[in-house]
Design a protein around this ligand. Sequence first.
Ligand SMILES: [Zn+2]
Ligand SMILES: [Zn+2]
Length: 424
Amino acid sequence: MREAVFGLGSSSGTPSASRAPGSTAGSRRVGYLGLLCVVEASLIDRRVGAGNLGASMADYYELLGVDRDAPNDEIKRAYRTMARQFHPDVAGDDPTAEARFKEIAVAYETLSDPEKRRRYDMFGEGGPGSGGSDPFGGGLGDIFDVFFGGNDPFGGQRGQAGPPRGQDAEMELELTLEEAVFGVTRTIEVRMPVECGRCDGSGCEPGTHPSMCHTCNGEGQVRQVRRTLLGQMVTARACSDCGGLGKTVQNPCTECRGDGRVQGLRRRDIQIPAGIDNGQRLRSTRNGPAAPRGGVAGDLYLRIRVAPHELYSREGDDLVSRLEIAMTQAALGAKITLETLDGPEELTIPGGTQPGRVFRLRGRGATQLQGRGRGDLVVHVDVVIPEKLGAEEEDLVRRLAELRGDDVAPADHGLLSKLKSAFK
Ligand SMILES: [Zn+2]
Ligand SMILES: [Zn+2]
């Protein structure tokens, strides 16, 4: 049985990523199966205006800076040069160097082995025999998946022999708190392998057609019957001659050299659901990197990062903030205008409000992602005691203390009283 692993390489943790030298603040980190690359993405925010963040997905060839048809010794040279540059012993305190070094090592390990390189060229990273773990094996339990465009008809076929599927990619998407609470439509542009326009992804020169693979008779898989102690066992594995497609390309497209993919910009409008929270991931089905020769594109995962808000932080479905009021307002009561995410709202502070009192504005919190309604806006009140009092203010407060019979410190710490005591 062919063991195909498609998807994000690690099921256990959040991928850490490296930042390529020279990348800008706008570059976005993208996990690319087990390997992580820096990509340049261009995110155009429809609601807030235009902002460009850059992103692209490097493959093994790009990582080593060689052409797809580079001979073995050129790959070796490129690897040595880069390994010297990023080796942790040499790179010093550059925190990204180690991750970069590992990426380069993985790329070299694959491309320097003719068989692994052939598979990589055919299937990309995560192809058969490349190792990795099943990303759907439970490690994503804490991740909320949103399926765009309906059910994934290929979902049930993962791990079976068949046409190669594109890799999955992951990128970070930063939202404001308002966007996360109310939802937003974002246009995302990511540099990644896309279908070749010249051959429509078939890999065949226009006007030509792929021919049936004779090894597997067009089935894409080769069956083997084995006799075992328990009887006959039939196993199927992907046909190695056609990469599971059942077809071979006789006249490769000159643009993509028969691969069906070229580097390009994938531009998609993605609806971010209201209520999404920091750290959650969205899956945009089949909007990831194209598969070779007309296979099914991978998925694009969007790791959501919600930028800190000036006034509010999120706790579950509630939004929490602190409100400073004057001691006079606490004592006498006040009406205070709050800038909520829904606009200005009046909060009535009753007289005699104690420090630490909590007010709840029902339904003014964050949207519940999978439920109806919204959480509350929770306001913690701080009563501000003036650190310094003017002479008149001090008189008034002292009178108040007197009226209430409060035992207060005598007025002996002012400049005037110091002067007075100096002349006594
Ligand atoms: Zn092409
Ligand atoms: Zn075949």
